[in-house]
Design a binder for this molecule. Structure first.
Ligand SMILES: C[S@@+](CC[C@H](N)C(=O)[O-])C[C@H]1O[C@@H](n2cnc3c(N)ncnc32)[C@H](O)[C@@H]1O
Length: 371
């Protein structure tokens, strides 16, 4: 095994990505809702669909004691969601001072630079202006426009672009606007939790979206933060012989009662992980679910972890190992855990190496893949 591994690392790109990841060290990560409050209500947002807004919001002491507990537990990386974290800047600053963090925001309220100089900020967008206004702005508010204004040429920011199954035709325009705004883009895929149907129905499958993602990678290889292969894993829910679901997801709270069977089934999971509610005391089954079905979960963040925890399976071929390294490295790059200048320089080469075959493969299998 060691000889095979060393042989795989003879390739300069793979060696460079591997040593950067090693240098950054292992992540002991958790997910945290910092507040239950949000300033918009997006159609089909899991946070409201799953009743997570009922958890309350922590006061200053609760944040302090949470930080102390998690530091003692060895946590070193926190994904902050919610609710809308830009409405809880005091707590956000405390967490930023204590851990490596990443924050998801709807972009309406700018997270200031002072106090958050190197914070990786994922700004959500759900489509081009009309679609985004319809789904996130109650038909009136252009949330995408506000996000573009707030984060123009802000190197902390990247777009977390949730594409719905029937909206592949908007990908080119949305990515172009993000790139021209001076930001990079990571794709996510819309789960139609409220059964809105039609163009939002994930049952329609993401084949057209995958083609649009591949075209975006080819057009803007320096700006897309996801490999073609990862887009396929997330949007099909397939990783080698495994199928995405509660039985396989790795981002679950191990000591939560809802996961007792899951923990016993022998599949890999992240033993340190916990998904904390906004009271910063209680946990839930997983980041985006209390008891929802996982067939509507196309959350890229969780799928990153799914891939990252399956390194061994990727050792079977050079291509698979490059794919694993690229996915893991891009997670570290997005989160500013590796040198951002080196990462920016490697990005086009990563896509050149992973996208070439992927496009052919993806397009060949579009008709046979179920989702
Ligand atoms: C619940 S939001 C909270 C953080 C912040 N308020 C925001 O809008 O980004 C966290 C992430 O979940 C995504 N999300 C919510 N509901 C989703 C769904 N049904 N399908 C896919 N992504 C979803 C959002 O786009 C966002 O990127």
């Amino acid at each position: 095994m060691a000889t095979r591994f060393n042989a795989l690392l003879e390739d300069p790109l793979r060696r460079q990505m591997w040593s950067a990841i090693r240098k950054a060290g292992p992540l002991r990560s958790i997910s945290v809702d910092l507040t239950s409050v949000c300033n918009i209500r997006c159609d089909g947002c899991y946070f409201f669909s799953e009743g997570m807004d009922q958890a309350g919001s922590p006061d200053s002491e609760a944040v302090d004691s949470f930080i102390a507990r998690e530091r003692a537990r060895g946590t070193n990386f926190v994904t902050i969601v919610g609710g809308e974290p830009s409405l809880a800047l005091e707590g956000l600053e405390k967490l930023y001072g204590a851990f490596r963090i990443n924050v998801a925001t709807n972009g309406l309220r700018r997270i200031p630079r002072t106090g958050f100089e190197e914070l990786p900020i994922g700004i959500s967008v759900w489509g081009d202006h009309d679609t985004d206004r319809r789904l996130r702005g109650g038909g009136r508010l252009d949330v995408f426009h506000q996000g573009l204004q707030n984060y123009r040429n802000d190197e902390r920011a990247f777009w977390y672009y949730t594409v719905s199954a029937g909206h592949a035709h908007e990908v080119d325009s949305v990515v172009r606007q993000c790139v021209e705004n001076g930001n990079r883009v990571l794709f996510n895929f819309y789960g139609d939790l409220d059964a809105l149907g039609g163009d939002l129905d994930h049952e329609g499958g993401f084949a057209d979206v995958r083609k649009a993602v591949d075209r975006a990678i080819k057009a803007w290889p320096e700006s897309i933060l996801m490999t073609s292969g990862l887009a396929r894993v997330v949007s099909t829910g397939r990783l080698f012989g495994e199928r995405w679901g509660h039985a396989t997801c790795t981002s679950i709270t191990p000591d939560h009662l809802a996961n007792a069977d899951r923990i016993g089934n022998g599949k890999p999971f992240n033993p340190h992980f916990r998904a904390y509610n906004a009271d910063l005391e209680t946990t839930r089954r997983c980041c985006t679910g209390v008891d929802r079905g996982c067939d509507s979960c196309f959350d890229t963040w969780q799928h990153f972890s799914w891939v990252m925890l399956h390194m061994r399976k990727h050792l079977r071929s050079e291509h698979d190992f490059t794919e694993w390294l690229a996915t893991t490295y891009l997670f570290y790059f997005i989160n500013r855990l590796v040198d951002p200048v080196e990462g920016a320089a490697l990005l086009p080469e990563i896509h050149r190496r992973t996208c070439r075959e992927e496009i052919a493969q993806t397009w060949q299998t579009e008709t046979t893949v179920g989702r």
